[in-house]
Ligand binder design. Structure first.
Ligand SMILES: Cc1ncc(C[n+]2csc(CCOP(=O)(O)OP(=O)(O)O)c2C)c(N)n1
Ligand SMILES: [Mg+2]
Length: 478
């Protein structure tokens, strides 16, 4: 080999250009036949021309090449592509992968629209109290939504977002997790928090931004958060939660604390660049995270048909090397099963899992939206009446004998009372003290903010006609 390198000037120049020794090795490994041919060529050229070996660099190159011998040569009858990371076979068919040629990714379900179990082996073995609790949380969320939506319409709170049609996704997935798993959410996931025990008072306090709101009125309504319940505060800019969730999952992997991270996001948020960064980092860093996409058909007024040309969000998972499943988002039992299974994969194999839950956003995007401008009322009615997760779940628990009309009437009265009482309590609480504006952001308030705080407090006190301090919690002395 050494002699052949020295004596074939054209071959030597070729090697000289290949400064990367890996490439040299690859060349040797992948082309045993070619090497043989070169040796024969060389034998011929030896007689032709002798070149003096005076170049120091040439010796260095040969020494380096010999220091790292080529790996064992595999038999040449195994004819497979050996490109880095390749798992492919060769093909002589000139054929493009046409997305239309593949059938849509199937939608996993456990029960049909009538609430009947399709395959008994798939029915999760949930006991009566758990199933009843799931139903009660779904309906309580629905009822809270109705009251808070209307309260915004009456001008009592500034903004609201409902979860109509997505109750099954939220309660089913929350029930399939461990309550300590860290949840990063978008903004339409209050059901997860409700499942974990956030009280109606806490929801209402946040929406009213009163003195008992955990965020002390710093955020718009529905931007909930609870450290105690492992629920990271909602952040409106779409998809910001996704790379952050991966960072937390990486930390969890290092800590080996037996928990995973779940990251909820919408079909629209999946179009953000941050979604790509999150998927790819989580896969390459082997992070225990569930990406949970709520595909409700719309990103405000943009239907999914205008958002992408691929097969939904699930089709992207395999491209990132992420185990993926698509599920009927209106089938709460199916959601429970896939979340539980995804959690097991994620925790045991330290890797991300992608769930795409198919559903329909029955409500307007938010109180700032009127969806009749871009979709028909009939379309909405269809989903509300024909494929509603609450109705389906009720049929299921009724068939099991765990629920009936009498229980429904009693529960409705009770739920209504609970919601209305919490609503009224929140409305009558004082607003936070204005100085709270400066708290809980910095651990130690910087000097310039201390100065601003004093200026603000002096100004507010000296202009009582504009600042009704009686409605606020007391300001301190600062
Ligand atoms: C970075 C960014 N761009 C745009 C918006 C405005 N915006 C708020 S919600 C939304 C649609 C999101 O749709 P999707 O992710 O499907 O969630 P859904 O509302 O359907 O639950 C948009 C475009 C935003 N909040 N942040
Ligand atoms: Mg959406």
């Amino acid at each position: 080999m050494r002699t052949s390198l020295r004596l074939i000037p054209s071959f030597y120049r070729g090697i000289q250009n290949v400064t990367n020794t890996c490439a040299v090795e690859r060349c040797m490994r992948d082309a045993p036949v070619a090497r043989l041919t070169h040796s024969r060529l060389f034998a011929h050229k030896v007689q032709e021309k002798e070149i003096p070996l005076e170049d120091k660099k040439l010796d260095d190159l040969i020494q380096k090449a010999e220091a790292s011998p080529p790996p064992a040569i595999e038999p040449i009858d195994i004819d497979k592509p050996r490109f880095p990371g390749s798992r492919s076979e060769w093909t002589e068919k000139l054929e493009f992968l046409m997305p239309e040629a593949y059938p849509g990714i199937p939608v996993y379900r456990v029960m049909d629209r009538k609430g009947l179990i399709r395959d008994a082996a798939q029915e999760p073995k949930l006991d009566e109290p758990t199933l009843v609790k799931m139903y009660q949380k779904m309906t309580l969320l629905n009822y809270m939504d109705r009251i808070l939506y209307e309260s915004q319409r009456q001008g009592r709170i500034s903004f609201y977002m409902t979860h109509f049609g997505e109750e099954g996704i939220l309660i089913g997935s929350a029930a399939g997790l461990d309550d300590k798993d860290l949840a990063y959410v978008q903004y339409r996931e209050a059901g997860v928090l409700m499942w974990r025990g956030f009280t109606l008072d806490q929801f209402m306090n946040q929406c009213y931004g009163n003195e008992e709101d955990l965020g002390k009125g710093k955020q718009m309504p529905v931007h909930y958060g609870s450290k105690e319940l492992a629920f990271v505060t909602v952040s409106s800019p779409l998809a910001t939660q996704m790379p952050q969730a991966v960072g937390s999952a990486y930390a969890y992997k290092r800590a080996q604390n037996g928990q995973i991270v779940i990251c909820y996001f919408g079909d629209g948020a999946a179009s953000e660049g941050d979604a790509h960064a999150a998927f790819n980092f989580s896969a390459t860093l082997d992070c225990p995270i569930i990406f949970f996409c709520r595909n409700n058909g719309y990103a405000i007024s943009t239907p999914t048909s205008q958002q992408f040309r691929g097969d939904g969000i699930a089709s992207r998972g395999p491209g990132y090397g992420i185990p993926t499943i698509r599920v009927d988002g209106n089938d709460t039992l199916a959601i429970y099963n896939v979340t539980k299974a995804a959690r097991d994969i994620s925790l045991q194999q330290n890797r991300p899992v992608l769930i795409e839950a198919m559903t329909y956003r029955i409500g307007h995007h938010s109180t700032s939206d009127d969806s009749s401008a871009y979709r028909s009322v009939d379309e909405v009615k269809h989903w509300d009446k024909e494929d509603n997760p609450i109705a389906r779940f009720r049929r299921y628990i009724t068939q099991k004998g765990y629920w009936n009309d009498e229980k429904e009437t009693q529960w409705k009265d009770q739920a209504k009372k609970q919601v209305m009482q919490a609503f009224q309590r929140a409305e009558h609480k004082k607003k936070p003290s204005p100085e709270e504006l400066f708290n809980d952001v910095y651990d130690e308030l910087p000097w310039h903010l201390q100065k601003q705080r004093k200026e603000m407090m002096d100004f507010v006190r000296s202009n009582p006609e504009h600042y009704p301090l009686k409605e606020h919690a007391k300001m301190g002395a600062a």
